[in-house]
Ligand binder design. Sequence first.
Ligand code: GUN
Ligand code: ZN
Length: 434
Amino acid sequence: MSPVIVNERQVHCGEILHLLDNPDSDHDAIQYLPDGALLVTEGHIEAIGERAVVLSQLPDDIPVFEHRNALITPGFIDCHVHYPQYNVIASYGEQLLDWLNRYTFPEEAKFSDAGYASAIASRFLDTLIDNGTTTALVFGSVHPQSVTAFFEEALRREMRMICGKVMMDRNAPANLLDTPEDSVAQSENLIKQWHKRDRLGYAVTPRFALTSSEQQLKGAAGLLRKYDDVLLHTHLAENAQECANVAELFPEHRSYLDVYHQYGLTGSRSVFAHSIYLDKEDWKCMQQSGSAVAHCPTSNLFIGSGLFSLQDAIKRNINTGLGTDIGGGDSYSLFRVINEAYKVQQLQNFTLEPMTAFYLSTLGAARTLRLDKHIGNFEPGKEADFNVLDYTATPVLKHRIAETNSVNEKLFVLQMLGDDRAVRQTWINGKPAN
Ligand code: GUN
Ligand code: ZN
């Protein structure tokens, strides 16, 4: 490795893959350069092309990083994750509602301590980087100081991150409850302080329908109307018992999604994690409102929630990204998430193509988070967040890669066998992050 170059013009050479559009709808969406070059200037992509062509236009003394036996891709984007659940991962034996009560709520209560929140936020972001995840849509805890701590750590690392304070005013332990008024005021303060500061963004974050009063849901919708470029981030139809409880709590609504819809929480800035138990009307509502989905297969399997129908989302062109849903999910690696997304679709007789899975973790995820102007691929002008993926990370990976005949096959093998070991290096804002 050459010496670290900070904020200088530099070129990265090797095998490069990124998507210009959704590969399902545009067959020219895939740009694969077996011997390519990525020119980076002050944290942005300046040019991409064949190595010989790009290098011929550059001065001889430009720093060149050679990435051999590797694939250079855009940084991965995690569309649903909870940073305060760093120490909840791998908690045994419960499904959603008992898992929340037994493990998650007691741990989240610790985030009233800003020092604890900073320490966990720091570890969490370093873990994301080691897994090649450069952007995420992140739940904080109910405490506004948890979000401040998170944004401070993300700012320090120059990461493009979206986070929000959880709004929850009922059906949880008293030490985790806010009020409709406080939750709106605290969220608004955080928006004013952090939204669009450097690479940071805010998401209004009611936890789920069970823990918000009608007044709080209305307050969340008010924030969305007032701040027309913040996101809405929540859980939807994840678990059968959760859905039954929502039906009981909101008897006048046709469905779980209808609760959010009637309170003004659907729309093109809304990201609904899980979305497993939807009927035809719900899918129509998702499509017509332009809402997006975060699919979390590792979590859906680990806490036994159910099988998401990716086909229903894809055939309706619904913006969809993948999420680790730590700590319901059991891995930070988007490779592991793709691995289980593939298996979950196999069980439903739908074959998830490797390029589609790649889209769901890069450009498609950027579109899901309304960030595709900035990140998601290597179009010139976009921010230089990228991964160097190591084809030789493990003996099994190395030998299986040697047997592949196409980039599609290589990508699939990486997705099925890869994890954090396959992320040789992560670059954020044009700088090496690990
Ligand atoms: N629904 C409400 N809260 C949570 C949470 O923390 N994790 C998951 N997976 N689902 C939720
Ligand atoms: Zn979640």
